[in-house]
Ligand binder design. Sequence first.
Ligand code: ADP
Ligand code: MG
Length: 371
Amino acid sequence: MYSRKGYAPNSKDLNYKSGNSSEFQEGYTEQQQQQYTNHLKQLKTEFEQRWRKTPKFPIAFSELDRVKTLGTGAFGRVVLMKHTKSGKLFAMKVLEKEKIIKMKQVDHTLYEKRILEAIRFPFTVSMEFSFKDNSYIYFIMPFVPGGEMFTHLRRMGKFEEPLSKFYASQVLLALEYLHFCNLVYRDLKPENILIDRNGYLKITDFGFCKILQGRTWTLCGTPEYLAPELILSKGYGFSVDWWSFGVLLYEMNAGYPPFYANEPMKTYEKIVAGKYRCPSSFNADLRDLVRNVLQVDISKRYGVMKNGVMDYKNHKWFRGIVWDAILNCRIPPPFVPKYKNPGDTSNFERYDEEPIVPTSYCRYESEFLEF
Ligand SMILES: Nc1ncnc2c1ncn2[C@@H]1O[C@H](COP(=O)(O)OP(=O)(O)O)[C@@H](O)[C@H]1O
Ligand SMILES: [Mg+2]
């Protein structure tokens, strides 16, 4: 089931120069974290510069050909597109203005666009360019061909521990980066985590992500992954992402989420009570980690306590993870998805194709002026 072949680190991502000893060292020292924090400060400055800048587009929309639908969501669909001249492949998220308006998501969608344009991290997707026409908004991103973590998780049943550790370490670094840039993600789940052709992860879908100053109250996310403080309509902060991280840890290792019922209301009751059971396959270290993350009491939750992410980086379950080597994509991945030829979409589900036809007059021009 696992392949060690086909591993190709992306040279563009190999930009973090850590201290000489850290390449082989397990855990993470205060000194390494201090050095990494300086790197994060640089990344944050770059994020802020791009946040303020209007990007230029190298490609005209008309140069792209539609290939196939990769996914569908509440406001539109994501389609594989091919640049005719270069053969380059893109994933294009198509959002219908009317649906965005009806579901009161204009602000969220504007955030999604600006955040996608501004973030750059090895384990997150980012925007190549965007367009709008009379009816739709289009976000064009690099195509991540390995499919959703969700698909592979359901196919395999659950992940072997080395694979969940490998994935968890990347999600953790991505959350650390986003939070450092003051971004709360709010929709962590296997459906939004893609696997790249090198076997490393790319988090996609920044539809609920926003810059957070202080606290926020919006109810958004996916039932099984919602944090108790969010369900209880208390003001919340970055803690909600760490809770979802705990749910993800559990689901990767068990094959199903810790809080589940037939109706969302029942799921919420279980979440708020913080009651779940670990399968017997969970070892003591994993149980201990999950217990420290799925803490209803925020003051006891890993990720938001005074040691921040260091509680994770030095937890026993992550023993063996060389953080700087993960960041630089230097660890051979335990699993590499099959990708037979450029444009192979066999890692994605099949969807009915629907035409994308803009109206002849411009709809909601003023509402989408900033896009
Ligand atoms: N860059 C990408 N490369 C390949 N597939 C993608 C990409 N971005 C999104 N997808 C696919 O499209 C699906 C829907 O995209 P997403 O941004 O999550 O939309 P929604 O907000 O509707 O959930 C994803 O779950 C994934 O399967
Ligand atoms: Mg999604």
